[in-house]
Design a protein around this ligand. Structure first.
Ligand SMILES: N[C@@H](CCC(=O)N[C@@H](CS)C(=O)NCC(=O)O)C(=O)O
Length: 134
């Protein structure tokens, strides 16, 4: 999940509720998120109050439940393609963030590894003559 934006009820504020900013909060909400839902917030100091979620549109709910817009877009892209082959050398290097993203997004992917000895033979066939290449 991403960050859930909340707005105090009309006429309420952190000051009127006696919040200092050093509390931790527990948010109680329905399992299904809807636009501008009312949630109950309980502070570690024993206060309880209601807020409205500022997920103002259905797409914002989708971004939130996917853990942010980046993950949402990545998952959409991945869903359109069934499998990926990541071409790279057998080490972390520039390919590691791609490995992480593909794995995090639940993509169906595997890897083609090239040793430095093999590389000259394949270089011409890679876009820009370099890797990583998806
Ligand atoms: N601008 C490229 C650079 C890619 C790059 O420098 N790749 C290196 C490996 S990390 C490479 O392919 N070296 C072999 C070569 O250039 O022939 C990127 O950021 O992805």
């Amino acid at each position: 999940m991403g960050i859930l934006p909340l707005q105090f009820k009309e006429g309420e504020s952190g000051q009127s509720l006696g919040l200092t900013g050093s509390e931790t909060f527990t948010i109680e909400r329905d399992a299904k998120l809807t636009v501008n839902q009312t949630v109950t917030v309980k502070s570690s100091t024993g206060k309880s109050f209601q807020c409205m979620t500022r997920l103002d549109t259905e797409p914002e709910i989708a971004y939130y439940t996917n853990g942010g817009i980046l993950q949402y877009v990545l998952r959409k892209l991945i869903a359109q393609t069934t499998d990926y082959k990541l071409h790279y050398f057998p080490f972390y290097g520039r390919a590691e963030p791609l490995r992480m993203m593909l794995t995090h997004a639940g993509a169906d992917w595997d890897e083609a590894e090239y040793t430095f000895d093999q590389w000259p033979k394949y270089k011409e066939s890679m876009p820009n003559g370099q890797m990583p290449c998806l």
